[in-house]
Design a protein around this ligand. Structure first.
Ligand code: URA
Length: 233
């Protein structure tokens, strides 16, 4: 083979590899087994945000999933940026979508009462959802929507550094704990979520429909309050 032919083959191979690299980033060089789940291929500017306000500013125009097209407002989260406890719900509903704040409808009123029952105020804690945008007709989040929104929640938690997470409802808890366990199996115990204590309880909207679940919620919140007070002491 002539030297020119070899050079030609090499430059074609190089062009091909560069195209592949542009398309697939450095995942091109990793086997499937060692590819970290849901890791974005490239660093995005929101990842460097140093405050919740800066993060909100960076991501509030997100169009990563189709919910960006149908939302009215992006619902980032609300509350104390250094709170020791973060409440995490499922996704904004109609009231939240209209106002841009989580848990402001009937379920939100009940959540405020639950928070007050353990001697805290809404402004003292942090409240957010797995999804930042409302799914049409309040349907449950699709796994791909949760997957594309979860890095934002992780970043919020990195910035807040809470000691406790209270997961409201089965959908949010199953997603964070990556389990199919029922709510009755997940509640009444303390889980570990990436080094943070995570407690699961019924969603306030479910409580509105099933008032008999008030007692288990009260028990879960008492368990939380005891740990919360002990950790402070
Ligand atoms: N339900 C949720 O899970 N989140 C809200 O913000 C409102 C209702």
């Amino acid at each position: 083979m002539q030297k020119n032919d070899v050079n030609d083959i090499l430059s074609k191979a190089e062009r091909y590899l560069r195209q592949q690299e542009e398309l697939f980033g450095d995942s091109l060089y990793r086997g499937k087994a060692d590819a970290p789940a849901a890791r974005p291929a490239k660093a995005e500017s929101w990842m460097g945000a140093g405050t919740l306000a800066a993060l909100n500013e960076e991501i509030c125009t997100c169009m990563k999933c189709p919910l960006g097209e149908t939302r009215t407002k992006f619902v980032f989260g609300v509350g104390n940026p250094t709170s020791r406890v973060v409440f995490i719900g499922e996704a904004p509903g109609a009231d939240e979508d209209a106002q841009g704040e989580p848990f402001v409808g009937r379920a939100g009123q009940l959540l405020n009462k639950i928070i007050e029952a353990v001697g805290l105020k809404r402004e003292e804690v942090y409240i957010c959802n797995i999804l930042k945008c409302r799914p049409p007709n309040n349907r449950a989040p699709l796994p791909e929507e949760s997957a594309s929104c979860t890095p934002y929640l992780m970043k919020q938690l990195d910035l807040i550094k809470p000691e406790f997470i209270i997961c409201l409802g089965r959908t949010a808890a199953q997603w964070l704990l990556q389990t199919t366990d029922s709510l009755s199996v997940m509640r009444a115990k303390v889980h570990d979520y990436r080094g943070t204590k995570l407690i699961v309880t019924y969603h306030p909207a479910a409580l509105l429909r099933n008032p008999e679940w008030k007692r288990p919620v009260w028990e879960d919140m008492k368990m939380f309050k005891k740990l919360f007070d002990e950790a402070k002491a």
